[in-house]
Write a protein that binds this ligand. Structure first.
Ligand code: IVH
Length: 666
């Protein structure tokens, strides 16, 4: 009987390990999380009833029960080195030339890898069982963090496969994914616990916990990038082969690693990963190039603290520390009041940043941001720079809490806070100059009426000069009014009037979108145009009628009826129509031609036949939803040239990948 139980327990462990491997390493789970949990609890139950069969490498035994008093020291048998750096193309070419000269060969093959921004750790397996894990420390001596490393679910407690060396040291990086980091900080804030400035600090803080129960709550991940000590001769000839083998043992290895040829190949990889950088769920601070041929690595050897055969190629930092000179508030198109930090200029991600959004009052309170504070500023891709965290130790003694204004800084109307909303609003609507400007900017913008040459600065100037008060006034501008504006000549005035004239021919959906009704984006505007066919129907629809339309909920319906209940909005619309704005009869898709009705599609890579915007428009017309990121709910991914992580993700989730031709045919 007992033997049977033991066999069941062992089988469950094997099954669970297999599923973990599929999930964490291959990224191809074959069972749901719920099914996994069920197996896990079966095992847990059996082990509770038959504690004599509990073993340290069981998936149930990741979390030790006793907090440590402190970390003991671990000496690295082989020192954990660091990497040299290159920052420019020239430095990269020099690096490669130096190696080619030393090796006396024409072209070197490199293993090119993202440089993960986390913490270097060493994990030793003895006879295939996780034995000890340590931080890098000073490279020679690190701290024993075995109990914490055991809590990271993607790190196997037992290695897979047959031929496992008696002793095997794996080195790699522990990181906290960005998604997990954001969630962690949100929860920590709610609980009044310590938050972290960035995922790297969060990973470091998590590994330094004395209580592994705490570490277990942190969403950490591990990627291996090299071997340390190995008892047994391995017969690999390249670094990439080694990585593939490590992966086959059940240890995650980054899937963006690849071999490249020469400095040119390195440069291309750098650019490719640079483009992917913002879409990855983990921070990277550059890429690493390593000579792929292990014999050549040996020949090239080391300089003092780093291998001669490898280097890091750094990206511009996405984060910097600077000082908030002042906190201002801005008034948005819908009257939302957004606090903005005016910063001492600082370079972040290769760009000089002077402003960072503080989102809203709650956010300022939560982060306790004040004028004069030293702060971490972060800028990822095209996203607006953000204040991530205050460095409290540097706060000036006389600092005071920031108070939001009670009145609109532009029109002086008393501000309102609507229940359930985080933002403060100026209720003056189009009577407020700031909102007037934003409304006109939106109206003229590319996705709306697309008035070429009527940019933000010009709109501001025109409103300030009293030339326009509403969007309709644009169409009643006279050449002499425009040409007298600063930095405007006869010629540019003429061009502007021409493009205003041209914009009169539009489409109903763009016109609806241009009105700037709150919550009515491009997709909603298209639905409204297709279903209601003209402005009269739209303006007369009740909340109940609107709610009947696809994808229109009670809030949107409410906003729409509210917009059309305001007399001055109706007046502006009438003036616009009187000015001669017109559109062609809207093409209403026949239900049968809505080939993609209810499907979710993601676009990625460079398209050649369409711009992103037209492709999106076509998809919407075919009834599809267009999403920005790939998930289980994606039905199709349309991949153009140089598609990156979205394509990889689609492939790993088994989502159908299509090309442009497919869209053309539809
Ligand atoms: S190889 C002897 N590969 O960068 C070279 N390091 O500055 C050992 N890192 O301490 C490192 N991603 O923490 C290597 N793909 C990668 C890496 C990587 C991140 C970190 C690692 C190391 C530091 C070197």
């Amino acid at each position: 009987m007992n033997n049977e139980i033991k066999a069941v327990i062992e089988k469950l462990r094997l099954q669970l390990n297999e599923h973990s491997y599929r999930y964490y390493v291959l990224d191809e789970p074959t069972i749901s999380d719920a099914e996994y949990d069920k197996l896990y609890h079966e095992l847990l139950n059996l082990e509770q009833n038959y504690p004599q069969f509990i073993s340290k490498d069981s998936p149930t035994q990741r979390i030790g029960d006793k907090p440590l008093d402190g970390f003991s020291q671990v000496k690295h048998e082989i020192p954990m080195l660091s990497l040299g750096n290159v920052f420019t193309d020239d430095e990269l070419i020099d690096f490669d030339r130096r190696l080619r000269d030393l090796a006396e060969i024409n072209e070197i093959e490199y293993s090119a890898e993202p440089k993960l921004d986390g913490l270097a750790v060493s994990i030793v397996y003895q006879n295939g069982k996780l034995h000890q894990a340590a931080t890098r420390g000073d490279g020679t001596v690190g701290e024993d963090i075995t109990a914490n490393i055991r809590t990271i679910k993607s790190i196997p407690l037992t290695l897979r496969g047959e031929l496992i060396p008696a002793k095997l040291e794996i080195r790699g990086e522990v990181i906290m994914p960005r998604s997990g980091f954001t969630k962690y900080n949100q929860t920590a804030e709610l609980l009044g616990e310590k938050t972290f400035a960035n995922p790297r600090n969060a990973a470091a803080g998590s590994l330094r916990q004395l209580d592994p129960k705490q570490t277990a709550k942190r969403p950490l991940k591990f990627y291996a990038y090299s071997l340390g000590v190995v008892f047994e001769n391995l017969e690999f000839t390249t670094h990439i082969e080694t990585l593939n083998w490590i992966q086959s043992l059940g240890i995650p290895v980054n899937n963006l690693n690849q071999t490249v040829q020469g400095a040119n190949g390195c440069q291309k990889f750098y650019e490719k990963i640079g483009k992917l950088r913002d879409s990855l769920d983990y921070d990277i601070d550059g890429v690493v190039y390593k000579v792929n041929d292990l014999a050549l690595q040996q020949k090239l050897g080391f300089v003092t603290k780093s291998p001669r055969w490898a280097t890091a190629h750094k990206f511009p930092a996405q984060e910097a520390v600077t000082v908030i000179d002042k906190i201002d508030v801005q008034v948005g198109r819908t009257g939302s009041i957004t606090p903005v930090a005016r910063l001492k200029p600082v370079v972040v991600g290769g760009v000089t940043v002077t402003n960072a959004t503080l989102h809203n009052e709650d956010e300022i309170r939560r982060k306790d941001v004040r004028q004069g504070d030293s702060v971490f500023v972060r800028r990822a891709g095209d996203v607006i720079p953000e204040v991530v965290k205050v460095i409290l130790s540097k706060r000036p003694k006389d600092s005071v809490e920031f108070q939001m204004p009670t009145h609109c800084p532009v029109c002086e109307t008393e501000l309102h806070k609507i229940e359930g909303e985080a933002v403060l609003r100026c209720p003056a609507g189009l009577y407020c100059d700031a909102q007037r400007k934003e409304a006109v900017k939106h109206f003229a913008s590319r996705k709306a009426m697309d008035i070429e040459g009527l940019g933000d600065k010009l709109v501001e100037q025109m409103v300030d000069e009293g030339l326009i008060k509403t969007a309709a006034d644009i169409f009643y501008l006279k050449q002499q009014d425009v040409s007298q504006l600063e930095r405007m000549g006869e010629k540019s005035a003429q061009n502007l009037l021409q493009s205003i004239e041209k914009s009169k021919h539009t489409s109903l959906n763009k016109f609806i979108y241009a009105l700037g009704i709150r919550e009515v984006g491009e997709a909603t505007a298209l639905t409204l145009a297709q279903k209601l066919r003209n402005i009269q129907n739209l303006s007369k629809s009740s909340v109940e009628e609107l709610k009947e339309l696809p994808d229109i909920g009670p809030i949107v319906a409410e906003r729409i009826t509210q917009f059309f209940s305001e007399e001055h909005n109706l007046q502006v619309i009438q003036q616009l129509l009187d000015a001669g704005i017109y559109w062609d009869e809207i093409e209403v898709p026949d239900e049968n031609t809505q080939t993609l009705a209810g499907k979710t599609v993601v676009l990625t890579g460079t398209l050649t036949q369409f711009t992103r915007a037209t492709a999106k428009e076509k998809l919407l017309k075919l009834g599809a939803k267009v999403a920005g990121s790939v998930s289980k709910n994606t039905d199709y991914v349309i991949a153009g040239a140089n598609a990156g992580s979205k394509l990889t993700k689609a492939e790993s989730l088994g989502i159908e990948v299509k090309d442009e031709e497919w869209l053309m045919e539809l």
